[in-house]
Write a protein that binds this ligand. Sequence first.
Ligand SMILES: O=c1ccn([C@@H]2O[C@H](COP(=O)(O)OP(=O)(O)O[C@H]3O[C@H](CO)[C@H](O)[C@H](O)[C@H]3O)[C@@H](O)[C@H]2O)c(=O)[nH]1
Length: 357
Amino acid sequence: MKILLTGGAGYVGSHVAKVLLEFGHGVAVLDNLATGHMRTISKLAELGKRNFSFFEADICATDHLEQIFRQYEPDAIVHMAGLKLVEESFERPEAYFRCNVVGTASLLSAASACRCKRVIYSSTAAVYGASERCPFREDLPPSPSSPYGWTKALAERLVRKWGETGYQARTAIVLRYFNPCGHDRFFDNPLQIEDSGGNSLADAMVRVATGLESHLEIYGNTYPTADGTCRRDFVHIRDIAEAHLRAVAFTETAAPSFDIFNLGSGKDTSVLEFLEAFHEATGLRVPFSFVPPRKGDLAVSRADVERAAMRMKWVPRYDIHGICQAIRPRGHSVRPAPFATPPRTLVRRNHRERVKG
Ligand SMILES: O=c1ccn([C@@H]2O[C@H](COP(=O)(O)OP(=O)(O)O[C@H]3O[C@H](CO)[C@H](O)[C@H](O)[C@H]3O)[C@@H](O)[C@H]2O)c(=O)[nH]1
């Protein structure tokens, strides 16, 4: 199948592109390189050869998109381009609205103009927000707790409306990612963190483990969880990427429809447990201190993954140990811990009030 992948130069997008190429699909990445990297595109081009193309374009430029769609004639679109930093979305809500909502509308409009009938949209667990019914099931009403989450929920609505335009025999799928972690070593990413800097927990842990930062700041230790730290559903990036293969296959076989699938491991792990699992898997200790909670963070986030298993036949393969192996920085194989407890002298003082040292 010929698949047009927006945002394919980014973290999740590049891993999805690689898996699609490995399984024989034709892939055209469309990316404005605002946060993605040309180095990633070169690696994909090396792998995909004639099966791979790249278009530098912005999803908000509908005319340009139509031109590209007419040239490439995709069988399906995987739409991953977007802004994704929860904290930043409080500071720049308009930018998030423009990119995530207007950009999606523009993409769907170009897809309609070129009669493409399949769209797979990358969404997020952030649409569940403060919903109290964890594990989150796809039929829960959206209740985002950040502008980021709202823009993704709105974009989902657009995708749904587009898919439900029944007489066009379209299929639209929304995939809600929980906490993707890890990197494929194929991408020659020296630190194994996101090229755009990366502010996820895993990226922050790697920066500490490699000495770039002295210690990890854990946002809050008074949440209503067993150890007081947030619990997240960490899921291996390869599992996430393979779910897109399933989704593409699903759009081929399913009757024209709209569907939503959670992509998580179905298990939650606390921040402290994650640090411990990282130590067990890699021998690397991550010194930490507690700082006040971060705006917009939920206490617990966990996916109900039944629907993806039943309908798409997707089941995640990696456990927390495998995930920790995949976030291990380059040059660090399994080895004994360099030190057993966080050295207090390394704890940097900053303007933030410490909850606990
Ligand atoms: O330096 C850090 C970084 C993170 N955390 C904590 O680690 C957990 C995970 O944080 P991430 O930033 O890695 O992930 P989030 O759960 O906040 O957000 C992720 O999941 C969201 C959906 O819930 C969105 O999809 C978002 O884009 C994606 O990064 C949170 O409790 C956070 O407070 C820290 O304590 N210190």
